[in-house]
Ligand binder design. Structure first.
Ligand code: BDR
Ligand code: CA
Length: 314
């Protein structure tokens, strides 16, 4: 059965791979992209999302700009990892079609209202601001129509990547994440506990470039930049494609392992703001609200991803 999916995203190199993977996958019907300020500004992530769908050969796919800042906090970006425009490393064409004038929240409400119960999967690849707003605006509709939320975010065993204790997507908008994790909707978290162990294989850039397509060139160029910025920062030889790993869970959950746990978000402490507190050992009676993924068969996952990316543009 084809899975109907909304991608909420802040592209971002790894978001780009996630979106391309989804658009190359016949198991998924991507209904649209909603964008959120995160890796770079809302304006730039929205333009980047358009660049990606056009590169993938899907210029008609809707890109709906959402929130330009977190619920309560000032915007924070990751220029150090993703570059000044968010997708540095490739000489992108300017997008031909501007992002939609419909706000992400309005489009999500319309789309959910028209959908069958339990039929929509959300892949949430950035700060969770848009989804939190949706959950506050129409909680009953969301609970009824959403099948599950698959979110790239969080850190427990690995420590943080944007602060000692927190991962970027949660740290940027911890209040939004607290709403999402408390929503009562099936939730799968793909934290850096899993993605940091899923490094792209040696020869990945060469294999992407060997497609001999525009998509292959863009992917290879992005990856070179992403490695240059990330390896220096994190001391790795290659880089994990965090958001693409989350999309791979949507496609191939059999390649992953984790545990259903209680996960709460720290919103009060300055020191550990945005920490995801995982009750891995079941020491509390708090509800098991999240499937927390810790393992992935990375070689098989990246081999499948490569095959899919080679089929683009559609
Ligand atoms: C997450 O933060 C962003 O920089 C990436 O796009 C990913 O969603 C990883 O911590
Ligand atoms: Ca992202």
């Amino acid at each position: 059965m084809v899975e109907r999916i909304i991608i909420d995203t802040d592209p971002g190199h790894d978001d780009a791979f996630a979106i391309l993977l989804a658009l190359a996958s016949p198991e998924l019907e991507v209904l649209g992209l909603t964008t959120v300020a995160g890796n770079v500004t809302l304006e730039d992530v929205s333009f980047n999302a358009r660049r990606i769908v056009e590169l993938a050969g899907r210029p008609g796919l809707g890109v709906y700009p959402g929130c330009d800042r977190p619920l309560l906090r000032p915007a924070a970006h990751a220029f150090d990892v993703h570059g000044s425009m968010g997708l540095n490393g490739y000489d992108w064409d300017a997008p031909q079609i501007p992002p939609s004038e419909t706000h992400a929240l309005d489009w999500m409400l319309e789309t959910l209202a028209a959908a069958e119960d339990g039929s929509i999967t959300f892949a949430v690849l950035g700060p969770q601001t848009n989804i939190a707003l949706l959950l506050r605006r129409a909680p009953d509709l969301a609970v009824r129509k959403v099948k599950r939320i698959v979110a790239m975010g969080g850190a427990y065993f690995q420590g943080g990547n944007y602060s000692p204790g927190a991962e970027f997507n949660i740290l940027v908008d911890p209040e939004a994440a607290a709403i999402v994790f408390g929503a009562g909707i099936e939730l799968v978290a793909i934290p850096i506990d899993c993605t940091n162990l899923a490094l792209t294989p040696a020869g990945w850039i060469r294999d992407l470039a060997a497609f001999g397509t525009k998509v292959g060139d863009a992917c290879a160029g992005m990856m070179e930049f992403f490695e240059k910025s990330g390896n220096a920062l994190y001391g790795t030889a290659t880089r994990p494609l965090h958001d693409a790993v989350a999309m791979a869970w949507v496609l191939w959950p059999e390649l992953f392992a984790g545990r259903l746990c209680n996960v709460e978000i720290e919103t009060g402490s300055e020191l550990s703001l945005g920490s995801t507190v995982v009750d891995w050992r079941g020491r509390t009676q708090r509800p098991k609200n999240c499937l927390w993924i810790t393992e992935c068969d990375a070689p098989v996952m990246y081999a499948r991803m490569l095959e899919r990316l080679a089929t683009l543009p559609v």
